[in-house]
Design a protein around this ligand. Structure first.
Ligand SMILES: *[C@@H]1O[C@H](CO)[C@@H](O)[C@H](O)[C@H]1NC(C)=O
Ligand SMILES: *[C@@H]1O[C@H](CO)[C@@H](O)[C@H](O)[C@H]1NC(C)=O
Ligand SMILES: *[C@@H]1O[C@H](CO)[C@@H](O)[C@H](O)[C@H]1NC(C)=O
Ligand SMILES: *[C@@H]1O[C@H](CO)[C@@H](O)[C@H](O)[C@H]1NC(C)=O
Length: 827
């Protein structure tokens, strides 16, 4: 990457705006008719919506997630389906221009109005508008969207691409999925993934409307990038004060559609900042992009948008007015957020390669969070409540960042609105994942349009801090996942460069200079930055709890070796891997009753997962300030994965439905702003104090030794007070384990364990952490606890623990992350 740091000035967020009064908008959302190709099925269907949802709502199919229905309902995506609606044309035909706007068609379709083809679609990530005035009738107009089976389309496209294969071709058998999804611009995981079912969706997944107007109509508002001076925090000063003297410029871009060439005036204002500017403008027919810059009065104090944990998320109102000869032709408003983002890649003393971290408003920020996948196979089921609950859970676990993973969808506007509001930074992938992609002209053309539209739609959100080319596609090529013969590699490298460098990167750099664009790990500089500068994916699988599986299963499914249990596992050998890992540290459940053995096993997989991800995350967090053997300076930990798409084993910390797995409770602690991290190096216990705060702290570590058999401490040790600078990780306690135990009664590695926390003169800072001195299964002195717990129904419930077998009391271990402690996620 050439520029080492991207300095961004301003960000201005413009949410979708209502059309001005003189545009006549007819929403076609609501009830349509849906028919399959031989017309054996004809049923009412909701728009926005999907074929599967319509079939389920009308009672033609069961819950698609029930047991083996992903396989039973395979026929749905092999058929073609037509959506039909009628609407009155009278008020529309009076207008000079009439557009049919489809915000999202999934995916390959022909659109007909009164029997005439008005357009075609081939990309679920694009908005389409078709001019329809000439085909409108006064009375009823019949609109038909005929969807072609995406599975059939993908295979036809693959067959037409005969010169060379474009792997992976088909998913592994264990995923029971469909082939050649990389040939369709559609959610890549909809043909199955290693955590999700194959439901190649079809439908009108976003709104449909007709817009009719005479003079001008605003199609989109977005912000354009702008450089201002480099922002640097002044040590010891509040960042807001430092920012006061910085000049901000809000650059606004309007996309307007006009009927005839005309001129007018546009006024932009931010009343709270006493800023108002009027511009004269020429509008020409077709979508015209108009850019304006508003200089913010430098004597105004601008309140900045900060990530969660670093400050607030204030916004300002931006008003946009358009007029022509004194008549208002356009009037709307949106939000403006002020923040800057830089991706800092510069040499580090004592380490090969460059740094890799984000500076927000001049302050280095450690990214703490996870990876976001589609929250449902059917996007029409992802309600505002579902989004809000999942994102609030992320924030409740002290996360400040999520990566919107490239095998899913560009999320709906509300997702980014909530992230703006909660201070969740978004690492936005373009939707390409774990595959090679074709580069035919029409494919590139539709991708180009997709990228332009998505960048414009999302550019205004302060939450979006980086664009990333794809998910693991370079890794796939660089490390040859697909056994491509050496002689053919240049062809694939050329395709790669054509798609991501010549097209996607070029468009992003033209449309948005305010954010870094990343192709990772980088064909050009592959291996130049050690993996641990920033961990964007790592994880370990677990099962969801029984209460999540129960509604989609029956009694015969409730054992770990049932057909159901292996059907839901899409990662080859995954169920066995979980048991093998757990058996290293825990006694595996041995109840003679199959269903209790099943529920206990589900539980132990969650315990194991929580420990694995905790250990690895803590390792990354304590590595933020040091370089060891050339590695370190870690400034991000995004574990794989936040949420689930259905009820199945996966790497997630939130179950389908939003219930927290044990990992998510652990995340709340291991992502805390102030955290003690303990580990052993060469039989010596070290405790690090990690702080994400802006201010310095004086902290001491307090280490308490407990016997497994007793709730009262065996002894307590304290370190001296030590300066822990804001934004650092420092070793604060160090003692050989043998010496530590020798001073503590009859403790041995097998009979005792440690807890520890940090404190200053005002009391404890951050959570209490723990460290086991042996594998929990070897612990001596454990007693059967006599605990009863009630599960509260309101709010989020905890994994049910009504009776605790002895092995459940021991939930942890002492290992350091190793390659097999974190099995690679094939995501
Ligand atoms: C019509 O299509 C459905 C779904 O593909 C199929 O099950 C049915 O047998 C077909 N009916 C006729 C009469 O061909
Ligand atoms: C779907 O449409 C395609 C293209 O017209 C056709 O080849 C295919 O046979 C159709 N499928 C069914 C199930 O009718
Ligand atoms: C700048 O803002 C101050 C108040 O913060 C106001 O008094 C002043 O008139 C503004 N200047 C301009 C040129 O708008
Ligand atoms: C568990 O505790 C309850 C309440 O203290 C007591 O009544 C019960 O006998 C205990 N059970 C066992 C198995 O110790």
């Amino acid at each position: 990457m050439s520029p080492r740091a991207f300095v961004l000035g301003v960000l201005c967020v413009l949410s979708p705006v209502p059309a001005p009064a003189h545009t006549h908008t007819l929403s076609l959302d609501g009830k349509w008719t849906l028919t399959n190709s031989n017309a054996s099925l004809s049923l009412p269907a909701q728009v926005p919506g999907s074929v599967h949802t319509a079939l389920q709502q009308q009672g033609y199919i069961q819950d698609p997630y029930f047991r083996f229905n992903d396989v039973s309902y395979r026929w749905i995506a092999l058929d073609n389906w037509t959506y039909t609606v009628t609407f009155p044309g009278s008020q529309l035909r009076d207008r000079q221009k009439v557009l049919l706007v489809l915000d999202g068609v999934d995916t390959v379709s022909t659109v007909q109005l009164n029997g005439m083809v008005v357009g075609k679609t081939d990309n679920m990530f694009r908005r389409y508008d078709f001019s329809i005035r000439d085909w409108l009738q006064d009375g009823d107009n019949e609109l038909k969207v005929s969807l072609l089976s995406p599975v059939l389309y993908a295979s036809e496209r693959r067959n037409a691409h005969s010169a060379y294969r474009v792997p992976p071709e088909c998913p592994p058998d264990v995923q029971r999925g469909e082939c050649h999804v990389n040939f369709v611009r559609k959610e890549q995981s909809s043909f199955s993934w290693d955590w999700g079912p194959s439901f190649p969706t079809m439908g009108l997944w976003r709104g449909v409307r007709v817009e009719a107007f005479d003079v001008l109509q605003l199609s989109q508002l977005s912000s354009v990038p702008l450089y201002t001076s480099v922002l640097r925090p002044v040590v010891g000063k509040s960042l807001n004060i430092m920012m006061k003297s910085v000049e901000w410029t809000v650059q606004v871009q309007l996309l307007v559609d006009v009927v005839l060439k005309t001129s007018g005036q546009i006024t932009l204002s931010i009343p709270e900042l006493h800023t108002e500017h009027t511009f004269s403008s020429q509008f020409v027919p077709g979508e015209t992009g108009l850019s304006f810059s508003v200089h913010v009065n430098t004597s105004s104090q601008v309140r900045l948008w900060w990530p969660n944990g670093h400050g607030e998320q204030p916004f300002y109102r931006l008003l946009v007015r358009g007029s022509q000869d004194g008549v208002v032709i356009l009037s709307t408003e949106s939000k403006v957020y002020f923040r800057s983002v830089e991706l800092v890649q510069e040499p580090i003393v004592g380490s090969p390669g460059l740094s890799f971290y984000f500076r927000i408003n001049g302050k280095p920020v450690f990214l703490k969070g996870s990876n976001w996948i589609p929250a449902h196979s059917f996007q029409d089921r992802v309600t505002p409540a579902v989004l809000r609950n999942l994102l609030q859970s992320a924030v409740d676990a002290n996360m400040n960042a999520l990566r919107v993973w490239g095998g899913g969808v560009y999320e709906q506007d509300l997702f980014y609105d909530i992230c703006d509001e909660l201070g969740v930074m978004v690492w936005q992938d373009f939707m390409f994942a774990c595959a090679m992609y074709p580069t035919e002209d029409d494919f590139l053309q539709t991708v180009r349009e997709e990228v332009v539209q998505q960048v414009r739609r999302l550019a205004s959100h302060p939450s979006v801090i980086i664009w990333s080319g794809n998910n693991e596609n370079e890794a796939a090529l660089a490390t040859d996942w697909f056994n491509i013969p050496a002689s053919q590699r240049p062809t694939y490298v050329k395709d790669y460069v054509t798609l991501y460098v010549d097209n996607i990167r070029a468009i992003v750099q033209q449309e948005d200079q305010t954010r870094p664009f990343l192709l990772r790990p980088g064909l050009l500089d592959w291996r130049t930055f050690p993996r641990t500068r920033f961990a964007s994916e790592y994880g370990f699988q677990s099962w969801p709890s029984f209460s999540t599986l129960q509604p989609v299963s029956i009694k015969e499914d409730w054992s770990y070796d049932s057909d159901f249990a292996s059907h839901r596992q899409h990662h080859e050998g995954g169920n066995q891997q979980m048991l093998q890992q757990a058996a290293l540290h825990f006694h595996l459940p041995s109840s003679t009753q199959a269903s209790s053995r099943f529920t206990h096993t589900l539980y132990i997989t969650q315990v194991m997962q929580a420990q694995c991800v905790k250990t690895q995350t803590e390792f990354y967090r304590r590595s933020r300030s040091e370089i060891i053997e050339g590695k370190g300076h870690t400034m991000g930990a995004l574990y794989w994965q936040l949420n689930d798409i259905w009820q199945a084993p996966s790497w997630s910390s939130l179950e389908f439905g939003g219930k927290w797995k044990m990992l998510h409770y652990f995340a709340q602690d291991f992502f805390a702003a102030v955290l003690p991290v303990g580990f052993e190096d060469d039989d010596t216990l070290l405790v690090y104090a990690v702080s994400d705060l802006s201010q310095d702290l004086q902290l001491r570590a307090v280490v308490t030794v407990f016997s497994w058999a007793d709730l009262d401490p065996a002894c307590t040790l304290k370190s001296d007070l030590l300066l822990v600078p804001g934004g650092s990780a420092v070793p604060i306690f160090k003692q050989p384990v043998a010496a530590l135990l020798a001073g503590c009664g009859r403790c041995t590695r097998l009979t005792c364990l440690l807890t520890f926390h940090l404190e200053d003169d005002s009391g404890q800072q951050g959570p209490t952490n723990h460290h086991f001195l042996c594998s929990p299964k070897d612990a001596e002195g454990l007693q059967r606890p006599n605990i009863t717990a009630k599960v509260q129904q309101e709010g989020r419930d905890t994994p049910s623990r009504s009776t605790l077998p002895p092995w459940l009391r021991s939930c942890g271990s002492t290992w350091e992350p190793s390659p097999d402690a974190s099995a690679p996620t094939a995501s």
